[in-house]
Design a protein around this ligand. Structure first.
Ligand SMILES: NC(=O)c1ccc[n+]([C@@H]2O[C@H](COP(=O)([O-])OP(=O)(O)OC[C@H]3O[C@@H](n4cnc5c(N)ncnc54)[C@H](OP(=O)(O)O)[C@@H]3O)[C@@H](O)[C@H]2O)c1
Length: 331
């Protein structure tokens, strides 16, 4: 495993982070329902492979992911860097309507009081007395950034959190938030076939010394091999909402895989690892956040740090992806 400092903080994290959205199950990840025992096993494998960095959020399974993780972390909390989020909540009337799922109405609120409440509820759900990193899950223009950051800075002073990050944000949001304190990372969607948002963000991250943590690098499994193109998911599953399931996109992705078909054998790796290795070449201070629900995917993913793609192959992969790419993607 390789490690990096999170932005200019003193927090050292593994270059690969464990995405725990899937641990929350619910309608979005309905094909598997992980429990504490399986989460515990996944954390054992994470430790064995050197992964010390976990990402979750209150809304992942409306509390379920945090609760399962909290139990799986018992007795080893200090061996992990635990990251969760604030702003999206399912308290009645607390913020702007964001979405409805599994019988819950989820709102977005970045007021000082809401941020504090989110953090305190997460501490309780995960049965811990500190959270290493809090990410503002969806930046929101309805409350002043100065107010949100005052609340987060106060929580840092109280020792309840150690660092702050942003998500689903724009470079201008990072400029604004950075006026009020240190932003250790941004967690943003970025993939080979939806690269524009990330590319537009890298320079601003560089300017602020902020780590870019990528989510969706594998497009929820869609970039793990051509056989994925034949899969179908129930209505409501997050994966059924992605554009890649539309006929036209599927055809383009089929061509994309065919064009690159020699590369997994050349590098002796899976498609997932090939594209993860490509992702890591795109920004110097990149952190790779991958959703894990199975031991095999953890063991496979860590191999991407040992793959050295040639500059020619990096360009080839980029060029092959271009015709299959979309400009924006809403997750
Ligand atoms: N800030 C935000 O708004 C936001 C949004 C989305 C996600 N996230 C975070 O980012 C994390 C990752 O995103 P994601 O889970 O949506 O998508 P992802 O990382 O693009 O895809 C994850 C899926 O890919 C499959 N996979 C991973 N490694 C693999 C490998 N080596 N070989 C084969 N399959 C592999 C796994 O499928 P199986 O599980 O079926 O094995 C996994 O569920 C989430 O867990 C969450 O923590 C944040």
């Amino acid at each position: 495993m390789k490690y990096q400092k999170l932005g200019s903080s003193d927090i050292e994290v593994s270059k690969i982070a464990f995405g725990a959205w899937g641990l929350g199950g619910g309608s979005v990840w309905a094909d598997m329902s992980p429990d504490v025992r399986s989460a515990s096993h996944l954390l054992d494998i994470a430790e064995e492979t050197g992964i010390n960095y976990i990402d979750t959020a209150p809304v992942y399974g409306t509390g379920a992911s945090e609760e399962i993780l909290g139990k799986a972390l018992q007795g080893r909390r200090d061996r992990f860097i635990l990251q969760t989020k604030c702003s999206l909540n399912w308290r009645q009337g607390d913020g702007n309507f964001h979405y409805e799922r599994d019988g819950y109405t989820v709102n977005n609120c970045t007021s000082a009081a809401a941020v504090r409440k989110d953090v305190e509820e997460s501490l309780l759900r995960m049965n811990t007395d500190y959270i290493d990193v809090i990410i503002v899950h969806y930046v929101c223009p309805s409350w002043p950034v100065s107010e949100t950051m005052a609340s987060l800075n106060e929580l840092i002073k109280e020792g309840k959190i150690r660092a702050v990050g942003l998500s689903n944000s724009q470079p201008a949001d990072l400029d604004e938030y950075a006026k009020y304190g240190n932003i250790a990372l941004v967690q943003e969607q970025y993939s080979l076939i939806a690269p524009l948002h990330g590319q537009a963000y890298f320079d601003t991250c560089r300017k602020h010394g902020t780590t870019f943590q990528v989510y969706g690098a594998l497009e929820e499994g869609f970039l793990t091999g051509p056989e994925q193109l034949a899969r179908s998911f129930k209505k409501g599953d997050i994966r059924a909402r992605l554009p890649w399931y539309e006929k036209d996109h599927k055809e383009k992705l089929k061509t994309f895989y065919e064009t690159l078909s020699d590369l997994p054998a050349k590098y002796n790796c899976s498609w997932a690892v090939l594209f993860e290795a490509w992702t890591m070449t795109q920004y110097d201070d990149m952190n790779l956040l991958i959703g894990f629900r199975r031991e095999e995917t953890i063991r496979d993913t860590v191999k991407c740090l040992d793959i050295q793609l040639t500059p020619e192959d990096i360009d080839r992969i980029t060029a092959a992806a271009e015709p299959a790419s979309v400009e924006t993607i809403d997750k």
